[in-house]
Every structure is written in C-alpha cells, then in structure tokens.
Write a protein that binds this ligand. Structure first.
Ligand SMILES: [Zn+2]
Length: 477
C-alpha cells in the first residue's frame, strides 16, 4: 500500500501511515441539518465517500464517523423561526440528507453522531480543559478556551496568532472573555435557546455547547484520542479545525489528527455559490429536473478534490453520457457471444493494467480525475479489441468485466446507475406491451403509430434498440 495524501497541516504530500497498521479511523465534519444540503456540500460528501470506498478497496479496516450538527446558532435560529424545537426541526433534514446520500451512492458510515446526544461527554470534556488550565468559566455563564494557554494555536492554518488581536481584556456587551481571541466552549442559555429545547444543565448553569467543541468530543469519543484522518470542507480549516485541535490536544494531551484533508468549494455555472446570487442547487432540484443521480455523482467526482470544479448543467449532460458509455460497455461484455476456442485476446492484459493504473491514480491523493481517465481509456481499448475480433473467450471477457466492476466499487457509478434504473415490474410490463404494439404497427406499415410509441417511451427515458434478435430497451439518464 502506498497511499499518499495531501496533509493540510504540513502543506505537503505525505505517505499515509495509520496509527494502527491495517485499520483507519476517519472523522468527517458532516452537515448542519437546519436546511437542505446543496450541491456544493455534496462535492465534499462525495469526496468523503471516495476516501471511504478507496480505503476499504485497498484492504483497510475502516471506522468512518460523520457527525450531524443538530445544535448551533443556525439550528436555533431556524427552529425559532419555524416555531418549533431543534429536535423537531432537524429530524426531517437529517432524514433528507441521508436519503440524498443514498441516492448518490454514498456508502453508509459506521456512525452518525448528533451533538445533542453527547451533552454529558461535552460537559466532562470542558471540565478536563478547565482542570488542565486551558479553559475558564466567565461571569456571563460561558466557558472559554484560553488561546494563550495553547502556544501551538494557529499551526493548522499556518498563522502566527500574535497577529490576532490579543492582550488587553476585552469588555463587550455580551462577552466576558479574558482575551478577544478566546472562543466559547459552552454558552449560557438565552430565552430563545430554552424555547427551542437547546438548553442543558451544567456545572456553569443552564447552557449549550459551542459548535467547535461538538466535533472534538464526538470524534474522540467515537475514535479515541488520535484520529488517522479528519476530513472537511476548506472553509472549516480556520477557525473550526484549529479550535478542534486546541480543544482536543488540550484535553487529552495527545496528537489529535495524523492527516487533515480539505475539499475545495465548487463553482456553479462559473460563479461562487452564495445566498445573494440565489444559486444554491439542491440534489432534489436536479432530480426533479430529470438529471440522473449517477451523472451527478460522476460530475462531482470528475475533478480532483483540491482542484476547481465548475458545476454546470452542460457538464451534467456530458457526465450522463459518460455514465451511459460505462453502462453500454458493461452490457456489451455481459451480452457478448463468447467463443472458448478463440485465440487469447488482449483483454486479460488490459484488465490487469487498468486496475494497477486506477490504483496508482487513487493512491496519488485520491486523484479521481486521473482514475476516471484510466477507466475510460480501458473502455476504448477493450471496445477496439472487441470490434477487431468479434468475439473472445469467456475467461477473457470475465477478466475485463471483473476489472470494471472492481474499480466501480470505488467509483460507484455503475452501482448508482443500476439502482436508479431499476424499474418496477409494472413499468417493465407496460414497456413490453408497447414494444409488441409497435412491432404490430410496423408489420401493418403504420409507421406513424410506431414512431408515436417510440416517442412516448422516450419521454419516460426509455430507449429502444432494434437488432437482429428483436427489440431491446433500456432506461437512460
Ligand atoms: Zn466539525
């Protein structure tokens, strides 16, 4: 195994060596479930999934944890606006998020901790930080982390903390911090917090956890003091992950994370996504527009996670065509009339080479763009070999098919395409009836009727292919 990852903490490509050989503990900062996740969030979540799948494909025993933030300022504000509690407000968004993940083929992870279920460990964690001299309760009912107690603060982002405002005690309407840089681990509950069920008893009075604290506690509770991999979107490097390091290392005294990885934000139709531009796209919007989940997945993993990705509907169409090419290739192999006395073909060699090339690309900091290039190169070469020979032995065919399906365990494209194209029996029966009716129309030279049937099927994304053995049909994206 020679996986290399780009570690944000060292700003360099490093050999990936987990704490315990053969096993990997991963923590990923998941969504705040106060609203629907958008396509930009899903670039990040699909990268998490690629990491998850590639590690498992490489033979690691993976424990993958992704939190769902169900209490923070945004959640409270949204629950208050909806006139409900945080539990009631977040439940459906959590469900929708997991459903969208399933639609896009994101593998289920081992644990989805929710912050509100970890209040007791959070209180314990803060108590330890106070005992270790890294935190202090203030007069306003909050507990703050003391940045000056942790000289390494700023190491992830690579900033000199002395450039941050520090020193003089800052008096503020709401805060009683000793240092302007200090951040809240625990906040006193306001009336609004209480009204939406976001207030818990603690040694410092009724209050609620700070957002940064939640991830430190859930990750170390689930995975131990030191995590192999910590993943997140690039906006989380500072202050969220910087604060996680300070809290976790301050409380446990051990290194918190071996490798930090961050996913770059995408552009939508050439522009940054923002509320003011109103260009937030949700997965379900795209599905309602008729786009195929496998095409969405393809587009989101088609560029390297640290590179630019411009999400466009044109791009989605191209991704749909790419997925269709894979499906057609797979179908060609499955349906191939094999001939066991055929001379040995190039397929076994091509199959062995493509898997090595694919692994090399993915081992190079999860370069899914290069990995896809390798796969499509394989499709072209195998198609050319089949065109030239007409037939190959079953063993040669199986070698190519196995290579394709093995790589798809990481890519998940055929997997999602098959799932989303599984049609129910009623639809299948109807399609078969339509095909019979069309054959009858053609036999009686009623070509207008035959064409009308073809169009009606096309409207439901069903494409007919007339061949020597009769008419076949398939669902396209
Ligand atoms: Zn987090």
């Amino acid at each position: 195994m020679s996986l290399k990852v780009y570690n944000t903490a060292t700003r360099s490509l490093e050999d990936f060596v987990p704490l315990n050989e053969g096993a990997v503990g991963v923590y990923a900062c998941g969504p705040t479930i106060y609203n629907h996740a958008h396509i930009g969030n899903f670039r990040t979540f699909l990268f998490f999934d690629l990491v998850h799948r590639h590690l498992e494909w490489s033979g690691y025993e993976v424990r993958f944890v992704m939190n769902l933030t169900d209490v923070d300022d945004k959640v409270i504000e949204a629950a208050h606006a909806a006139g409900t509690t945080i539990d009631e407000h977040t439940a459906p968004f959590g469900d929708t998020f997991l459903a969208d993940c399933a639609t896009l083929g994101v593998r289920t992870v081992d644990s989805y901790p929710r912050a509100t279920r970890y209040i007791e460990p959070m209180v314990d964690f803060i108590t330890r930080l106070i005992e270790n001299g890294h935190a202090y309760p203030a007069d306003d009912g909050a507990v703050y982390f003391s940045i000056s107690s942790f000289p390494e603060y700023g190491k992830l982002k690579g900033i000199d903390t002395s450039t941050l405002i520090s020193g003089a005690r800052v008096e503020h309407d709401e805060y009683e911090k000793e240092d302007a840089r200090d951040f809240a681990l625990w906040k006193a509950a306001t009336e609004e917090d209480e009204a939406v069920g976001a207030a818990w008893d603690s040694p410092w009075g009724l209050g609620r956890p700070g957002w940064h604290l939640e991830c430190s506690v859930m990750s170390t509770t689930e995975l131990g003091d030191t995590l192999d991999l910590h993943l997140g979107g690039e906006d989380l490097v500072f202050p969220h992950h910087e604060n996680e390091i300070a809290q976790s290392e301050g409380a446990t005294g051990h290194p918190f994370v071996r490798y930090w990885m961050h996913v770059k934000h995408l552009f939508v139709e050439g522009r940054k996504m923002s509320k003011s531009l109103g260009n937030f796209i949700r997965v379900r919007d795209l599905l309602e527009e008729g786009y195929d989940p496998a095409a969405i997945r393809h587009l989101l993993v088609s560029s390297h996670y640290r590179g630019d990705l411009n999400f466009t509907r044109e791009g989605l169409k191209a991704s749909g065509a790419a997925v269709q090419r894979l499906l057609d290739f797979e179908a060609r192999l499955v349906d191939l009339q094999t001939d066991d006395v055929a001379e040995e073909s190039a397929l076994p060699d091509l199959a062995a080479t493509v898997v090595v090339g694919f692994r090399t690309a993915m081992d190079d900091d999860f370069n899914s763009a290069d990995a896809l290039g390798v796969v499509f190169g394989f499709v072209t070469r195998v198609n050319a070999e089949l065109d030239a020979r007409g037939t190959v032995s079953a063993a040669d065919r199986d070698a190519a098919l196995e290579a394709l399906r093995s790589m798809d365990q990481v890519l998940g494209l055929l997997e999602v395409a098959h799932t989303s194209r599984t049609v129910d029996d009623d639809l299948a029966t109807w399609v078969e009836q339509m095909i019979e009716e069309r054959a009858a129309a053609r036999a009686s030279k009623d070509f207008a009727r035959a064409d009308a049937i073809r169009d009606e099927l096309a409207e439901k994304n069903i494409v007919l292919e007339d061949g020597a053995g009769g008419t076949r049909w398939k669902v396209v994206g």
